[in-house]
Design a protein around this ligand. Sequence first.
Ligand SMILES: Cc1ncc(COP(=O)(O)O)c(C=O)c1O
Length: 377
Amino acid sequence: MIPVCSPLLKGNEKRYVLDALNTNWISSSGKYINLFEKAFANFCGVKYGITTTSGTTALHLALVALGIKKGDEVIIPNFTMISCATAICYTGAKPVFVDVDKETWNIDPKEIEKKITKRTKAIMVVHMYGNPCDMKEIKKISKKYNLKIIEDSAESHGAEYKGKKCGTLGNIACFSFFANKIITTGEGGMVVTNNKKLAEKCRYFKNMCFKIKGKRDFIHNDVGFNYKLSNLHSAIGLAQTEKADDYVKRRIKNHNLYKQFLKDVEGITFQEDKPHTQNLYWMNAIVIDKKKFGMNRNKLIKTLKLKGIDTRLLFTGMNNQPSLKSYGCACNGKYPVTDWLTKNGLYLPSGSGLKRLEIKYICNVIKDCLTKVKAKE
Ligand SMILES: Cc1ncc(COP(=O)(O)O)c(C=O)c1O
C-alpha cells in the first residue's frame, strides 16, 4: 500500500535520541528541548518557541496566554480539524464558524465580519493544507474590531505569505508535530510568538503554573496544565528541523508532479494558490466532480484502494459535529463550501518520501478510471 503520509526519519533522529537515552535525560529537562525550540523558532523567523505535547495543547495554551475565557467568542473556519474548536471549548469560550473560500479552502474574509459580536475576542486562522490565508484582509478586520489573531499552522511548517513564514503573521501561532506533519516528533506541538509576555505565559501555564522566578516551592497561583514535551521527542524534533527546508522542497515538487500528470483530467479540482503565497502542499487534496469525472469520490477511493493506494476523507464541518452542538455552538447556518469539500474531497498520498514513480502510478490509476468510464459511454 502506498500510505497517505508516513514520516521521513533519515537525519540525526537516532543519534540524538540515543544521546538523550545515554545521558539519562528523558523527560522534560535536557538540552534537546531548548535546542529544538531555538532551531524551530529560527526556521520560522520568530523570537520564541515553546514546546507542547500536541498541536491541540499548543492551541489551548495560546488561547490561555491571550486571556480567552468563558463568555468570549473566537472565530474559526468551519472547514478544519476539530482541535481548533475543542481548544476554544477547553477555555470555556465559544467557537464561531465561518465558511471557507471555494478556491483557497481557507477562512473566507468576506464572511468574517458577519459573525463578529461584542463577545468576539480573536480570529483563529488555519492555513489549510499549507496554503497561507489572506492575511491582509484578516489583519484589516482584526484592527477594525481590536481582535487577536491566532495562526493554526499545524499544517503549514515553512509556508510563506509575502515572503514571511506562516507562524509569524499574527499575535501567536501553533504547530503540530504529529507523525503525518512536515516536521514530526511522533506526537508534539509548539507555540511560537514574537511577544515576550505571551511566551512567558505559555511557559508558565504549560508547567502547572510553577513559579518561573524565585524559590521553587509548591505554591501555585493559577490553574495550569502539564503540556511539557520530553527531551526524547525534542531530540527527534531537532533532527527534523535540520531537514525542514529539504522536506518543504519535496512537498512542493510532489505537488507539481501531481498537477503535471493530472492536468488533462476533467473533473478534478485542486486547492488554488494566490499571488504572494508559497503553499507547501502538506496534503495533495482533490475534489471530484462526479458529472465531469464520471465516477464519484467514494468509488474512486475504493478503486485506488484495490490498486494499493491509500487515501483519506477531508474534514467534516464544525457545524456538523455533535460534540459542538451539545456544547452550545451555533450550528444551524449554511456552509456550502465546507459541504462540497466534505462530500467530494479526498487526500492522495503526500508524504515527503514519495517517489516520482509512485506519483506517476497513482495518476495513471486515476486516469484509467476515466478511460474505463468513457469506454462504457
Ligand atoms: C489544522 C489542524 N489543527 C490542529 C491539529 C491538531 O494537532 P495535534 O494532532 O498535534 O493535536 C491538526 C492535526 O492534524 C490540524 O490539522
